[in-house]
Design a protein around this ligand. Sequence first.
Ligand SMILES: Nc1ncnc2c1ncn2[C@@H]1O[C@H](COP(=O)(O)OP(=O)(O)OP(=O)(O)O)[C@@H](O)[C@H]1O
Length: 254
Amino acid sequence: MIHLNDIHFIREERHILQDVSFHAEKGEHWVLLGKNGSGKTTLLELMNGYQFPSRGKVEVLGNRYGQVDVREVRKRIGYISQSLFEKMNLADTVWEAVATGEYAYLRFYQEIPEDVKKKAIGMLERIGLPHVAMQSIGTLSQGERKKVMLARSMMQKPELLIMDEPCSGLDLYEREKLLAAIREFSDQDMTVLYVTHHIEEIIPMFTHVALIEQGRIIAAGPKEEVLTPEHLYQAFQVPLEVEWFRNRPWIKVL
Ligand SMILES: Nc1ncnc2c1ncn2[C@@H]1O[C@H](COP(=O)(O)OP(=O)(O)OP(=O)(O)O)[C@@H](O)[C@H]1O
């Protein structure tokens, strides 16, 4: 599904990723966890083919990057990030913005077919936002924006869903609502990769965690094995305890 082998990413003499190998199989739901500047977004950009490694091999959904048209691979990947939202036209109505996900465009230049409109409104209903369908996306709250981007990414049921800090800037209520929506959309056929620096966002649907520190993966595997105080100290340099409550980790800083 995703195979990164011996990746090095060097820019302006900085070794941003060093000797990274990462493997995710179909149906696994991964969290990529690490502090600010550790290299998480860079790793996602390699997986989406927006960046190419200085050394090493990237293979996603059976395609070796460098030998295929990455735009074709991207059609099978749902990607949610702040930078994608910023590329959207804030004057577009919400249902139109969701409908663009059907074609992986950012906006339409011709009339949207009725069935695509219905599907987009159906997605908004599923995510609990049918009432904002006719508003422009620029008028939405932060939480609504994130949910709309999730609905958009689900128009063409992706085989791989990649999310870059989708809960950043959300209050507790909005965060939990968005996590519930992500859980609702992510079934076992879909591989999920979720980037965050907040341990409490690792809800039960996530099966695996990779910890990244200064461009190196320091631990990767089933979440219970990776989320130990020792590994987390290595990643964040903060002494802490981990408490599991209903299959979700919570931390106490010591
Ligand atoms: N093209 C580039 N040229 C130079 N430095 C870069 C480039 N791309 C990324 N970096 C640097 O690489 C480091 C890792 O960046 P990255 O955005 O991957 O971190 P991150 O883990 O996603 O951080 P955050 O959690 O703060 O978003 C940063 O120090 C960044 O400044």
